[in-house]
Design a protein around this ligand. Structure first.
Ligand SMILES: C[S@@+](CC[C@H](N)C(=O)[O-])C[C@H]1O[C@@H](n2cnc3c(N)ncnc32)[C@H](O)[C@@H]1O
Length: 317
């Protein structure tokens, strides 16, 4: 049986517990649990999932020895340390904060002939400290596929958190936007989703009774209509639909159904399911049940920039 560290939005502890069943798990800290599973679990509510390669007490020499067993002396590596929960460890050979621990452990390994390469590592050692225990994971520097985190790039002007939600959805669901020339964005204001799509060269029709951010006024890719989505009746059909309306999931899905005749077959669609309570699986089931008439291949994920909401990806039939 393998052990996995799972990070998640702490609000959803009881919901993620339902998802994990019948596998065994232990809560290590707020938003961090240790799960036993024969294979890498796929969880809607997880953010990061990391297979644990070694477990040690928080003693620097034991941690270093354990990392030596995982590393090859020819591979450049970087250490990333994260401390969760109480930092008052009973063993005091280790530094107190994560940056100092990275340096302390890295220096000891360097002294033994291992190569620290923080800029261009071929291996990343993730050192997670929680409940007086060190959990060690070796991974490749390429993104952990279950780690969905996306941040704005330096100097990049984004409209809002929602823009990052859509970016995370495109990355996580691996959306192929190559053939997407036009998109319908319902619940578009102030325009994060529209901006993200426009930057990718897509012509967006942005629908919202609320106003778009003034910085988008001169964006030639964005056509803005200040109306409710249910009142929209275009002449064309769109290559993509995105829906971030802050309505009850049942109502929001109902409007998607009304508009589905304006969406081309096989078009990718993204909807944020705004959950009125933590009972996320109830809302997921409700939306799926309603939409299955016109949509297929449903996928769901709680993305790092989601709050009390779940992002759904689906395809127009
Ligand atoms: C969370 S905001 C959307 C954020 C937006 N996706 C972005 O990236 O900036 C929700 C929006 O849904 C809009 N909305 C609510 N009901 C609507 C409806 N019936 N038709 C269109 N938009 C609606 C609200 O006016 C609000 O601007």
């Amino acid at each position: 049986m393998n052990k996995y560290l799972v990070t998640y939005q702490p609000l959803f502890i009881s919901e993620i517990a339902k998802e994990i069943e019948p596998n065994k798990f232990e809560t290590l800290a707020r938003g961090l649990l240790l799960l036993e599973s024969p294979t890498t679990p796929e969880l809607i509510l997880s953010h990061g999932i990391y297979k644990v390669d070694a477990i040690e007490p928080i003693d620097v020499d034991q941690i270093v020895q354990s990392i030596k067993n995982l590393l090859d002396k020819t591979e450049g590596f970087a250490i990333k340390c994260r401390i969760h929960g109480n930092k008052d460890f009973t063993i005091t050979t280790i530094e107190k904060n994560s940056r100092d621990i990275e340096v302390q452990v890295g220096t000891k390994l360097e002294q033994d002939g291992f190569i620290v390469d923080r800029k261009n590592p071929t291996a990343v050692i993730l050192l997670t400290l929680a409940q007086n225990t060190a959990f060690i994971t070796k991974s490749k520097p390429t993104k952990n596929p279950s780690n969905t985190d996306t941040n704005a790039n330096d100097n990049e002007e984004i409209i809002n958190r929602s823009q990052l939600k859509l970016r995370e959805a495109i990355n996580y669901f691996n959306l192929d936007l190559q053939n997407v020339k036009t998109a319908l964005d319902i619940g578009a204001a102030p325009g994060g989703f529209s901006n993200e799509l426009s930057k990718r060269g897509i012509k967006v029709t942005a629908i919202d009774p609320g106003k778009l951010d003034p910085t988008l006024a001169n964006d030639k890719n964005i056509q803005y209509l200040q109306i409710r989505a249910e009142d929209f009746a275009p002449k064309e059909k769109f290559d993509m639909l995105v829906n971030d309306m802050n309505l009850h999931p049942r109502e929001s899905a109902g409007i998607m159904l009304v508009l589905s005749k304006f969406i081309k077959p096989k078009a990718p669609c993204v909807m944020t399911i705004k959950c009125p309570s933590r009972n996320v699986f109830h809302y997921i089931d409700t939306v799926k049940e309603l939409l299955k008439k016109d949509f297929k291949d449903f996928k769901f994920k709680h993305l790092p920039h989601n709050k009390m909401e779940i992002t759904m990806q689906t395809t127009k039939t």
